[in-house]
Ligand binder design. Sequence first.
Ligand code: HEM
Length: 365
Amino acid sequence: MLLLESLCENPSDFVMHFTRMAAHTAMKIAYGHKDVTDNQDLLSKAIRSMEIFTETVIPGAWLVDSLPILDHLPSWFPFAAFKRYQEMAKPIVVESVTKPFEIVKKHLAQGTADGSFTSYLLQSEKLDPETEDCIKWAANGIFFGQFETTTAALSWFTHAMVKHPDVQKKAQEEIDRVVGNERLPKVEDRDSLPYLNAVLREVMRWQPIVCLSTRAVSEESDEYHGYFVPAYTEIVVNIWAVLHDPTVYPDPERFIPERHLEKDVPDPLDVAFGIGRRGCPGRQVAQAQPFVTMACMLATLDLKPVKDEHGNELIPETKGGDLLINFPVPFKSAFTARSEMALELIHQSAEHARSLPDKLERWSD
Ligand code: HEM
């Protein structure tokens, strides 16, 4: 794992290290090939494309979504800022969706493509232009769905650990007891680490990464708990409100992982990834990657507030941004190896990561 080494060597860029790890994993799952995953230009275009996406899909952000007639305005018209934005954004988004897809197609034709979502579907589906288009946009959905959400979850986790050293210590004690200090934790350890699971649940509840679900429309009239919902009503799930309901999670603004160790407390992970048929299709990866990353960070590193020039600890303010993906406002954290043994593990895991074949050997059905 290169992340741990990067956190030690350059702690001030920790959000960028999370982004790089998540984007790399997303690119690998979606497209697989080294030409795509190591291409910095493609990666930065994809990241810019994601920023555009988050700026545009916030419900209510654009009047044209509610008044489609505005779409007929010329781009110079005073209320048509959205058109000028669209002209700037479209080529970036189209390139970031099309280019990695075309590279996978080229490698398939040459017989050199690695296992990935795209190469698997291009080989197994009966292809016509519409199916190809679906595969292309779905692959991009994996990238969009994964990398910012994972980065935000790890950023909030870091924030929570810096502010709650007691929780950090308890989770570290559990890892030391269950995993020991001669290897890094693995996904397979998840069931044996109930306290760390509770920390993950509390991070996702306390600061849901996606606060409002994407919009859905009722196909027919319905009634829900006494409320009449006419057909074709736009419905947005307020994930934040559900996970901050004080009747279910008392004192909801406080970070208390212990609440998830009690019986009959609803699992926030059932809501944090959306509900119903359009719920997050990546939720397995979305829980496994942050979990194992959190576990490896706590196994090897102490996360602490940085100090000012007078030696006072700078405790970060808990405040989220207002974009689609809920990120903490920028804050600082110190990352120091917990022991000589931990430092050794960090170096060993980085060496191991560097020596891995750059391939997904198989794509499981
Ligand atoms: C902490 C991590 C994540 C969180 C909190 C999260 C949450 C969500 C939520 C709330 C939605 C909208 C569901 C709805 O509207 O009801 C969503 C959609 C989506 N997510 Fe995730 N997600 C995460 C990670 C991932 C990962 C790792 C992937 C892919 C590997 C992914 C792929 C997607 C896709 C493709 C959609 C769109 C689904 C559709 O339009 O039907 N997500 N996610």
